[in-house]
Design a protein around this ligand. Structure first.
Ligand SMILES: Nc1nc2c(ncn2[C@@H]2O[C@H](COP(=O)(O)OP(=O)(O)OP(=O)(O)O)[C@@H](O)[C@H]2O)c(=O)[nH]1
Ligand SMILES: [Mg+2]
Length: 305
């Protein structure tokens, strides 16, 4: 395992892919332990928005801009779990194909299975590994359709919310909890009607919502044509500068560390309890009312020692 990680860190992409598979499968704790100390400096960019808003197309364009600035870029795409969008994994690969032969670009799709409140539990692990392997920035694409799903991008350093022009899109974004978490807003598909109204709606809602040290810029883009993408990148860089100048980067990362610890504990406890439930007769005792569920629970998680 440690040999695998040494190779990954030395730049071997196949080893990195294997290492991510290992940590995704809940083995590979040793890899995480080795990687974590080096995972703290990469800038994490979250890209979220409704299904089909153009997130992958935008990310593909952002990779090109980042490469021009000589950055090594990793992308983690978290697929929606809906069977109706089962083609998403392939779709992301096809869309980001331009970069497939570039050793300084690493793209990984993670299934949303085994999720925790809509968040793939594997996402922060994969992000830690690619960051420790020297990729910076790390871009995480995830579908934001409800409060639970926005969780992962909330833990990014810079969160991009992608919306489309048209009546009600900004209202939908608001309902999904996206307005609170956006550091940069992108009105993508600006080749369609209703751009000005959407920008105005967004600006109004953002002004209502919060008093801020950082005013989230609203950028219009046509990702398919690459227009507006330089402006999106500039907004990301400006936000990054703001975080570092103000010292808020440390706060964000402390909050993120706490959230990751919280999630990891939840997953570990659940796993250990479920494995005990599988072998012990506790459930039978509860079913036959010889034991109540609450006492059973406290015994299962060892609250009494
Ligand atoms: N007209 C227009 N179409 C766009 C634009 N950007 C993306 N699209 C198209 O919108 C569709 C969805 O784009 P994706 O990049 O896959 O969107 P996504 O948000 O990643 O989608 P999911 O990952 O499935 O949620 C594709 O057919 C794109 O070609 C744009 O600026 N204008
Ligand atoms: Mg996508």
């Amino acid at each position: 395992m440690s040999e695998l990680w040494d190779q990954a860190r030395a730049g071997d992409i196949r080893s990195l892919a294997k290492a991510i598979t290992a940590v995704e499968a809940a083995s590979g704790l040793g890899i995480l332990a080795a990687a974590y100390p080096d995972a703290g400096s990469a800038h994490i960019i979250g890209v979220t928005g409704a299904p089909g808003a153009g997130k992958s197309t935008l990310v593909d364009r952002l990779i090109t801009v980042a490469r021009a600035a000589d950055k090594r870029v990793a992308v983690i795409a978290v697929d929606p779990s809906s069977p109706f969008t089962g083609g998403a994994i392939l779709g992301d690969r096809v869309r980001m194909q331009d970069h497939i032969d570039d050793p300084d670009v690493y793209i990984r799709s993670l299934a949303n299975r085994g999720h925790l409140g809509g968040i793939s539990a594997a996402t922060p692990k994969a992000a830690a590994l690619v960051a420790a392997a020297g990729f910076d920035p790390v871009i995480i694409e995830t579908v934001g359709v409800g409060q639970a799903e926005v969780g992962i991008t909330e833990r990014a350093d810079t969160t991009i919310v992608v919306v489309n022009p048209g009546w009600g899109d900004s209202v939908q974004a608001s309902k999904a909890g996206l307005l609170e978490i956006g550091d940069v807003f992108v009105v993508n598909k600006a080749d369609r009607p209703g751009v000005d109204e959407t920008v105005r709606d967004l600006r109004q809602m953002l002004e209502l919502g919060r008093a801020l040290q950082w005013t989230p810029p609203i950028v219009t883009a046509v990702a398919t044509e690459g227009s507006g993408v330089d402006e999106v990148w500039a907004a990301i860089e400006a936000h990054k500068l703001h975080l570092h100048d103000s010292g808020r980067i440390d706060e964000r990362r402390a909050v993120r560390a706490a959230a990751e610890l919280h999630d990891a504990v939840e997953v570990s406890v659940r796993r250990s309890v479920e494995s005990r439930l599988a072998v012990e007769s506790v459930l039978d005792e509860v079913v036959s009312r010889r034991l109540d569920p609450w006492t059973a629970a406290s015994r299962l998680v060892d609250l009494d020692g």
